[in-house]
Design a protein around this ligand. Structure first.
Ligand SMILES: Cc1ncc(COP(=O)(O)O)c(C=O)c1O
Length: 470
């Protein structure tokens, strides 16, 4: 029998590695032992069950409970990650062709949604902290200015927190957006846990956001692909949301994912809250121990930088002087059996959740201590993560659906891109469809490639082609 996926998953299981990686359940059960129930509970809408697309019974009751737990006006379980939830939410708060204000380092799901809804974006760029070489948050005043200059904008879309845990002043932003009578949508994919502890940054719902997207699977004990859409205010038309939900959701939604969302909310309503609180104390202890290791820097924010309004430290971002972040990640996996979430040139991300145990933290501290003591020093080029600002020539949808051609990257200077160009990491589009590929962008792409950064969106055998508008 040919079962390569099964074989690989069995190997992964046998490795029994420490996970500082998504999903947030970290391989552990909460409330039920899944092994006992799967596959028996994988059902569809048989009698006595409910329908996620049109909930009237147990799912409705469950979602209403989740709404109470989160303090939302309404909560919807979703089964296609935050990606699917972003499609639903953006289609709910706009009509095709509308103008929207978008934080330019949004996840690619937001750009997909711009294309699907033929929206006209106005971009607002994140700030950059030179001392730590990280992208930071937004100035609320910049949003005020953009909304004053573009009174026809219908909605604002921001990411909060970012992958590294950096938070903008979301409350001030919500107040500004509402002063202009617009809708604030927050992609809080990385922050579903923030509701449950006062030791963490304020949650977007509490700050007054109108619609909030969660990847339950990223930071809570829940299966990959689980997500929630929370409605925070009366500015959201729930009938329209239900309609768009049906537009983008499979007619066979998984009961496993639905249940997993329910269990995450129910767990966080009880034992999970206390466990999260304890884990935050543990994380703070771990950070101070890591900071004492020679060569190790932990990014915990920067009190001088107003654009780092707050920091979710459950995302521990470390740099070991003289070792690339990607090498730290690789060595932890191969030498110490520890899986980190991601790495870039400088940093490696230890993504913790309430499900990590004390022994996981002891293992990662010991491994980092060992690396910092013994790994050779390498001179590392300064790869600035600050984003160049390309010119927007046309709407993403016009570039994406228009006539296109594939040409060499070196010939593309001055042309309009018809596809995104995304360096991984960090996975933020350098160019989105409809933007001009300038000399500066071209040189930046070459520089990133020379420094071993993978560029998604380049085509052809040698990965030196791009797709541009004809
Ligand atoms: C900020 C942000 N939003 C949305 C998504 C999409 O989430 P999902 O993988 O749950 O579809 C991601 C995924 O990494 C993300 O980082």
């Amino acid at each position: 029998m040919k079962t390569p996926v099964l074989d690989a998953l069995k190997n992964l299981m046998e490795e029994n590695s420490v996970s500082f990686h998504m999903p947030g359940h970290k391989g552990k059960n909460t409330l039920i032992n899944w092994g006992e129930y799967i596959p028996y509970i994988d059902t569809t809408e048989v009698e006595g069950m409910d329908n996620l697309l049109e909930p009237r019974g147990i799912i409705q009751e469950s979602q209403e409970h989740a709404a109470k737990v989160y303090g939302s006006k309404a909560t919807y379980y979703a089964v296609n990650g935050s990606t699917g939830s972003i499609y639903i939410a953006l289609a709910t708060i706009t009509k095709p062709g509308d103008k929207v204000l978008i934080q330019r380092n949004c996840h690619k799901a937001v750009y997909n949604a711009l294309i699907l809804n033929r929206l006209q974006p106005v971009y607002i760029y994140p700030n950059y902290n030179e001392n730590h070489n990280v992208l930071t948050g937004l100035y609320p005043e910049d949003i005020d200015e953009a909304l004053t200059e573009n009174p026809d904008i219908k909605a604002v879309v921001m990411t909060y927190p970012n992958y590294y845990g950096v938070c903008s002043d979301v409350k001030a932003i919500a107040d500004i957006v509402h002063k202009h009578n617009k809708i604030l949508m927050v992609d809080e994919a990385h922050g579903p846990h923030m509701t449950f502890s006062d030791k963490l940054p304020i949650s977007a719902l509490e700050a007054g956001a109108d619609i909030v997207i969660h990847s339950t699977h990223k930071t809570l004990p829940s299966f990959t692909q689980t997500s929630m859409i929370h409605v925070g205010t009366d500015r959201i038309d729930l009938n329209k949301l239900r309609d768009r939900y049906q537009l983008y959701t499979t007619t066979s939604p998984s009961y496993l994912f639905t249940l997993s969302n329910e269990i995450a909310a129910a767990y966080m309503d009880g034992e999970g809250r206390e466990r999260l609180d304890k884990s935050i104390d543990k994380v703070n202890e771990v950070i101070s121990r890591l900071q004492q290791i020679p060569r190790v820097e932990v990014f915990v924010g920067d009190s001088e930088d107003e654009t780092i309004y707050d920091k979710d430290n459950t995302k521990i971002l470390i740099n070991i002087d003289g070792i690339r972040g990607s090498m730290v990640k690789k060595l932890l996996r191969t030498k110490y059996n520890i899986r980190l979430e991601m790495a870039d040139f400088y940093y490696a991300l230890i993504l913790t959740s309430l499900m990590n145990e004390d022994e996981d933290y002891e293992k990662v501290i010991a491994a980092i201590e060992d690396l910092a003591k013994n790994a050779p020093y390498e001179e590392i080029n300064w790869v600035n993560v600050k984003m160049p600002i390309p010119k927007v020539i046309m709407r993403p949808a016009d570039a994406y659906y228009g006539k296109k051609e594939q040409i060499k990257l070196k010939d593309a200077i001055g042309r309009v891109s018809a596809a995104p160009i995304i360096p991984y990491p960090p996975g933020i589009p350098l160019i989105v469809p409809g933007e001009e590929i300038t000399q500066e962008i071209y040189e930046h792409v070459l520089f990133l490639m020379d420094n071993g950064i993978e560029i998604v969106g380049l085509m052809g055998y040698n990965k030196d082609n791009v797709v541009v508008v004809e």
